[in-house]
Each structure stands twice: as C-alpha cells, then as structure tokens.
Design a protein around this ligand. Structure first.
Ligand code: ATP
Length: 350
C-alpha cells in the first residue's frame, strides 16, 4: 500500500516554538512476533537532508509510516514540528508532505487533472501552485499526458509535484530513486538537491548508498529495526580516516606485530588484506618493526573507507549473521508499473 501525505497550510502557525521537524522517541512497531521497528530515536533538524539508510526489511518504510501517523506505533512517540500526528490529526501534517512507497494517481487522467483534483482537496491556494510544481519536477511539457503512460521516474517526480502543492517545510520520501534508471536517479537527486537548496527539510529512506552520500548531511543507519548509527554523515566518513591497508609476505605474523605496535589499533584481516588504524608515526614504526622481523611489505597504503564499506561493517556484525544479507542496489532494476490505484488522501489520511 502506498500513501500520499500532507496537508496544505500556511507556513506560519505550523511550528511549535522552534520544535524540530521530526522528533521520534522509542518508536517500536510489532507485527505479532516480528519487531519491525525496535526503539528508534531520531531527530531531524531544520534544513537537514536526513538519510534513513538500511538494507531491505530493516524497518525503514514502517518507521516512515509511523512518523507520518499512517500507522500507530506499538510504543513510543512522534512529533512533527512539535505536533503528534496521531493525537493532532491533520493539523500535525501542516507543512509536511511526501509519500510512502510510491505515489499513486488516476492512471487514465492527465498529470494536470490529477494535480487539479489534489489541489481542490488541499485548498489554500494549491491550485495556483500547480504550474510551478510541474516546472520544478520538469513535467510541464508532459502535463496533459495520461499518467498511466508515465515512466516510473515520471510518476515519482509527479509525486513530488503533488507534495509541493502543499508548500511543505518537511518532505518525507520513501526510497525516491528506487526503481529508476540511472538518468531517472540523477534527475531525482538533482530535484531533491534543488529543494534542499531552497531550504526545505528532507528525510528520505534509501538503501542506495551513493544517493545518501551525495544528498544527505545526516544519516541514521538501521539494522533489524534498530538505529545503529545516527549523526553527521561527514563524521561517519571522517571516522574511517587514518586507516591503512597492509599486504605482506607473512600476514599472520604481520597482524601480530601490528597489534603489538603502540599507536596501532583495530587490526583485522579483511579480504586477504590487513586493515589497521594508526597515525603516521605509528605506521612508520610498524614498517621498521616488520622489516626487522623479516616480514616483507608488499603494500602499505592509506585508505579512507567508503560509505558502502562503513555500511557493511555496521550492518553485517555478529547480529547480521542471523539476518538476511543487506541488498544494495547501485543500479536498480528496470522501472516497474505502479498498480492502478487512486491517490490515497491522507490528511489526506485514512
Ligand atoms: P525495503 O527496503 O525492502 O522496503 P524496509 O526497510 O522498508 O524494507 P519494512 O517494509 O519497514 O522494511 O519492513 C520491516 C519488516 O516488517 C519486514 O520484515 C516486513 O515484512 C515487516 N512488515 C512490514 N509491514 C508489515 C505488516 N503490515 N504486517 C506484517 N509485517 C510487516
């Protein structure tokens, strides 16, 4: 099921005294014996482009549904600009828009007609914003075409246009680039960047690491329903600096010598290479120690882990052994057709 979300509203009066766009505390969602979301705490600050990153089944969509008040948490609380989407209903969605899974439209009507219908529902001058929203997502030329004939990427962009009708200050997007071809992904990223550049706060879920690395300033990494990292993306990437890769004529002895070397830490053998963390003086001392021990150095190179490597390290720990392997999709499958369903009004909410 998917849902469009949002409520039109003036930018004024949406916030509660500078409350953050999103504040979730202790969110839990259980389905019978399955805990889909397990104690998620997160705060999205104004201006953030916040990536909610995790492998398939980690609980991203379930979390977004709770953030938007589409489903009730088993435990925990959500505040959007200080308002509770369950208790405050549509008022909590003032200034908030987005879609979960994928946006849906009447396939036999044009994009323009679909947007006109949504704007009529939204009111608050939304009709006057249709042209601008279509321009922003670069669908003006195709506005009179039936949505049923749109590509997946065009439908995703139309979903954002529908969200923009409500002049959101917070945009929530569930895997916006999933299913898009490389050009569609590029367009979607450019669009999100442009909106963020205009000051919109964005939260997007993704299992596309490149997308998160390119777009987001802050990131939460989720595994099995739990947030295992939440902070600045730059800090996460910086934590990987000061790493070296070492290849020797005797890795087993080299590993022992490295582990014993003052100033060298986190020594592990990974993919047939020794990985270690150290400052330059300690690396120099290690190279001398290796030579003195008769261990030849084939390579000793500084290495900064990519987000992808960090992601796997974080999501494939011991607990990961019991989990299905994370699915990464640098290039997604070809586009798929959205089922012919009517837009689901939320707050427009069921
Ligand atoms: P993906 O990247 O594949 O979309 P996700 O991180 O969004 O995955 P969710 O869709 O939130 O993951 O699902 C998390 C877990 O909760 C999965 O095991 C899923 O099967 C389960 N789940 C989600 N919704 C329901 C439901 N309505 N009833 C039962 N189980 C559910």
């Amino acid at each position: 099921m998917s849902a469009g979300v949002g409520k039109s509203g003036s930018r004024s009066g949406a916030a509660h005294g500078g409350a953050p766009p999103i504040e979730a505390r202790g969110l839990v969602k259980r389905y019978g014996d399955l805990t889909a979301v397990d104690g998620v705490d997160l705060t999205v600050a104004p201006g953030d482009v916040y990536g909610y990153l995790g492998p398939n089944g980690a609980g991203k969509t379930t979390s977004l549904r709770m953030l938007l008040g589409l489903i009730r948490p088993t435990e925990g609380s959500v505040r959007l600009f200080g308002r509770d989407p369950l208790a405050d209903g549509a008022a909590a969605l003032d200034g908030v828009a987005g879609f979960v899974e994928e946006p849906r439209f009447y396939p036999y009507l044009s994009a323009l007609k679909n947007l006109e219908m949504l704007a009529a529902y939204d009111g608050d001058g939304a009709k006057d914003r249709i042209g601008e929203a279509l321009d922003t997502v670069e669908l003006t030329a195709r506005r009179r075409d039936r949505v049923g004939g749109y590509s997946h990427g065009m439908k995703q962009r139309l979903g954002i246009a529908a969200a923009l009708l409500r002049r959101p200050r917070l945009l929530l997007l569930d895997e916006p680039a999933t299913g898009l071809d490389p050009a569609g992904m590029r367009d979607m990223r450019a669009l999100v960047k442009r909106l963020a550049g205009e000051g919109m706060t964005v939260m997007l879920s993704s299992h596309l690491l490149g997308e998160v690395e390119e777009l987001c300033n802050r990131v939460a990494i989720v595994r099995s329903g739990r947030v295992i990292y939440e902070d600045q993306l730059a800090d996460l990437l910086a934590s990987a600096r000061g790493e070296y890769r070492l290849e020797t004529t005797d890795d087993s002895r080299a590993r022992g010598l490295a582990a014993a070397q003052p100033g060298v830490s986190d020594v592990v053998i990974e993919n047939g290479t020794i990985r270690l963390a150290a400052e330059e003086p300690a690396v120099a001392a290690l190279s001398v120690a290796l030579g003195a021990a008769g261990v030849g150095i084939r390579a000793l190179v500084p290495h900064t882990a990519t987000l992808e490597e960090l992601f796997f390290r974080l999501t494939e720990g011991e607990e990961g052994a019991a989990d299905p392997p994370p699915t990464l999709a640098p290039a997604e499958a070809p586009s798929r057709e959205a089922p012919a369903r009517v837009p689901e009004p939320v707050g427009r909410r069921a």
